[in-house]
Design a binder for this molecule. Sequence first.
Ligand code: GLC
Length: 797
Amino acid sequence: MITNTELEQKGNQFPNSVKNIRQEVDTLYFTTENNVILELTVLRDSVVRFRYGTRGILEEDFSYAIDPDNHIGYNHLELSENKNFHIVTTAKLIIKIEKISLQTKILDTEGNLINEDELGFHYEESFTLGGNIVKMSKRSHPGEAFYGLGDKPVHLNLRGRRFSNWATDSYAFGKETDPIYKSVPFYIGLKDKRAYGIFFDNTFKSTFDFCQERLDVTSFWAPGGEMNYYFIYGPEMSEVVQNYTHLTGKPELPPLWTLGFQQCKWSYYPESTVKGIAKKFRDLKIPCDGIYLDIDYMEGFRCFTWNKEYFPDPKRMVKELLNDGFKTIVIIDPGIKIDPDYWVYKEALENGYFCKRADGPDMIGKVWPGECAFPDYTNPEVREWWAGLFKELVGEIGVRGVWNDMNEPAVMEVPGKTFPDDVRHDFDGHPCSHRKAHNVYGTQMARATYEGVKKYVYPKRPLVITRSAYSGAQRFTSSWTGDNVATWEHLWIANNQVQRMCLSGMSFTGTDIGGFAEQPTGELFARWIQLGVFHPFCRVHSSGHHGDQEPWSFDDEVTDIARKFIELRYTFLPYLYTMFYEYATEGIPMLKPLVYFDQEDPHTHYRTDEFIFGNNILVCPIIEPNSKGRRMYLARGRWYNFWTEEYLEGGRELWVDADIDSIPMFVQEGAIIPRYPVQQYVGELSIEELKLDVYYAEDTIDSQVYEDANDGYDYKKGRYSLRNFKLRGKATDLTIQQHKGGNFETEYDTIKLHLIGLPFRIKKIKVDNVAYDLNNLDKEDKFLKLPEDFSVVQIIG
Ligand code: GLC
């Protein structure tokens, strides 16, 4: 064990004895003899911020990650002391701060130790010895597991590894590549089945070590900025993730079509190709809502221009596509081509909107268009200008969504593939170097894009997609996981990344289905589509260098499988929309890793493949070639096999058949799953009835279905429909009560119940206390048609 004295010789400094304490409402300041300040703020009873300043100084408080609308409020805050500790008590936590060292221990109110400092806060300021690093180390315990950190392409449980956060263009990254595109310095610890979270809101290149260097220590540090972290207590992992998402923000509801299927490629051009792809979807009756134009639609890769040879009349084309249900989404990169005749370049140059090197000139780097300059999106004036650039593209031409790429920012042919460290940024009035602004650059670009698209697409809702992101980006944008590869290993990576993103506050994420680099076999494509339809963002994309990657690009069998699963997704649209609503309002992740679903069950702590889609559907992709099925872990509880309706007891491993046209899928008993008919695109059909798949349970279970106009903002004025269902199953009867909220009138008059797993023969049915003619019951399928506004239905055996 290395001693503090030895560490000090290496340049580390430590806080010493507390000499002064000051309280300002929810914030306590502990100042030490050697002038370290700990600012401790209670945001909620279970959310506490720790921020450390040295030399008696705290920086001006500013964060891109924290949602300005984040609500705070706690029930209890009390400061006391004993011989060795100052003690801060909230309604959920006891925080002990050691008087001689500022080291903290955090306990729940029952006295269980949740998290404790090892060395705690320490730092290096001496440039001769390395300089300017803020560090935190925590003790960790055997069996403690760690999750989160955004897009890391590794096993869900991060224990035993070290990662850094520095947004990086990572073409054809692999399992273990680190860092890649996103920086989300937030993790969840699970100790003795109790979960807590730590969000280190520091935008420098932070590093996290989860017991890699030392088995019993977890640490995180950054080469600049402040030690500034939020501690979020559960004990449920769901509470941790929700509180983190409240803190860093939730998205607004996207238009429903963005949850439909999206088709992309680098690149579809000219217009006749785009039209041909669209037509083929309709001819083959494969549902699709979005079609994407990659960089070749532009004139010489100049953003906000069109190649008029390929696209002579974009407005007409976009309209014609829309008439057939296709929304057009275009790519916009940050690199602005240096060309004195190009209006975007000229405007930015004249106004000084480009990022500059420390000694003055504009930052110049090569991207697709050749030499480019790069707007400084960390400047609010630049963001406003950028937003205005979407007027023609979105407001006049009618593009519905914008895809932001290369925003790490990526620079070609240079070491590090990005800006040099000395580049200057405004950072919203806190001028700094690229070392501090790098990780937020992509998010601020997506934010500026979002403001523009939102303004000009109004009264519709916007869609923005980003490759790079920092915590909080979810308020503005969806994301995809970048340039993956068409290999089986990448299918595993895709599954882990999307689950991890969901735990990290960024549910609206998908992967390039089929793989971006290289070419998938038909079998791999089929297996990827089967997984991809369960991801919140569902888009096929490929580099196009090795062949086509449309659902029909393989053989008829693969086309049929792709159609079957895309259709399945469309039938789940109301379920998907409801899970998005729960994400947007409560911060509930759309997919839940098994450990989130049941942290009490230690079997889940190391599972990666199985996840819960929404609240009730357990999915486990097939990720190996030539499979006829697989072994998997069915979480505790009771489940119905989605395909066979077989009733199964969980909490065990089992073999599940899943030939090439199937995927293991189980519905939790008691679930009510809303379904729409298959449509070729959202809004193609008027929905004439809502189907509810009701999975009997001898239990009482609540569920809900959210609907609205699928676009626009009327829902904010109460024009939504929220159906709350209470299912009560007994040995010989099943009751479902409905309570409706909101004042949106759904199109349909009928709700069709499909009863699954009833353990008794139906003798009588009552709907709102009136007997239901059993002759109307479809005996075989047990379909029961009800008025959409029924209050209670009783099915009696
Ligand atoms: C980057 C993106 C990819 C895109 C390509 C061309 O590689 O990650 O999605 O197709 O650039 O724009």
